[in-house]
Write a protein that binds this ligand. Structure first.
Ligand SMILES: *[C@@H]1O[C@H](CO)[C@@H](O)[C@H](O)[C@H]1NC(C)=O
Length: 317
């Protein structure tokens, strides 16, 4: 009797939660992981907050390029905050459980913010394209209305895409196991737990990833082809250096983000290895959000200038 009840419970997919295995296969490193991720998380929040404060406070940075950068920093703060605090909690307490709703929320917000970032990075490239290749049209093409509209568009597209993804995955029957071999509820490890025919979902996931990675990536590529050919045709070395310095930080950030995203979501399924996936996810979930403010503050003269102006103001007050 008891047995049959259990079977019924399973078949009607009354899942109340999942177990996030995380890095539990290397128990001796739990404390080291906890300390490293805690420090990384604090540096990420502080660095991105600094960018937000600087771009708001300094009048020299009140141009669309820094409006987009502020939006990106805000997005990255949200992005790491979706998964890292939970991961830190799990590492600290050893309790690896996550509720079904909690897991769905993690997936939803990760894909929402990740998808928005794809488009935001593309619009940032477009902004540099207009500024460098069509400098006379720049004030008209990239006015306040257009730049807020583009930013809002990237948030909205991520929101819709993630809704589709998440509702598809979380209506699958999870009857195989409830142990996710990952440190947050990402779609590829979740699909491993689903039973029934998931090939159609995998196809849909692939198509959506294609749209959110390939389309913005093409926009970025086209922008940079124009930017680089314009820069190369500039007569003075000084002008060349100046134009390139405004987009080199963005180019580095784009390379980091798309490099990790392409490897993670566009590789064929047969090459699935949980350990590689975990480390790749760590890279774009924990490392890139920390690197972005560092890249922008070390490489960008205007941001550095704004920083020292703020420090000096503080000192003389
Ligand atoms: C990012 O862009 C959106 C849409 O334009 C805007 O509502 C929001 O205030 C911006 N966020 C920051 C931190 O600038």
């Amino acid at each position: 009797m008891k047995n049959s009840q259990e079977t019924v419970g399973r078949n009607s997919t009354t899942i109340t939660g999942f177990i996030l295995l995380g890095f539990s296969d290397i128990p001796s490193l739990q404390h080291l992981f906890f300390s490293v991720f805690l420090v990384t998380y604090i540096v990420t929040l502080a660095g991105n907050l600094l960018i937000i404060v600087l771009t708001l406070a300094d009048p020299a940075l009140h141009i669309p390029m820094y409006f987009f950068l502020r939006n990106l920093s805000f997005l990255e703060m949200c992005y790491t905050s979706v998964n890292v605090p939970k991961m830190l909690g799990n590492l600290f307490s050893g309790d690896k459980a996550i509720s079904f709703i909690g897991c769905a929320m993690q997936t939803y917000f990760s894909f929402f913010l990740g998808g928005s970032e794809c488009f935001l990075l593309a619009f940032m490239a477009y902004d540099r394209y207009v500024a460098i290749c069509k400098p006379l049209h720049y004030p008209v093409v990239m006015n306040r209305k257009v730049s807020t509209g583009l930013a809002a568009g990237s948030w909205l597209s991520g929101l819709l895409m993630s809704f589709g993804h998440t509702s598809m995955v979380f209506t699958l029957p999870f009857c195989r196991s409830h142990e996710i071999n990952h440190f947050f509820c990402d779609i590829p490890p979740l699909l491993k737990l689903a039973c029934g025919d998931i090939s159609r979902y995998e196809m849909a996931v692939f198509i959506m990833a294609l749209f959110f990675v390939i389309f913005p990536f093409m926009l970025i590529l086209m922008s940079y082809v124009c930017i680089i050919s314009t820069i190369l045709r500039m007569p003075s070395g000084e002008g060349r250096r100046k134009s390139f310095s405004t987009c080199s930080s963005h180019l580095m950030v784009v390379t980091l983000f798309y490099g990790a995203a392409c490897i993670m979501y566009l590789k064929p399924n047969s090459s699935y290895s949980p350990d590689t996936d975990k480390f790749l996810s760590l890279f774009y979930m924990v490392i890139t959000p920390m690197l972005n403010p560092i890249i922008y503050s070390l490489r960008n003269k205007e941001v550095k200038g704004a920083f020292w102006r703020m420090v000096q103001k503080r000192r003389f007050h």
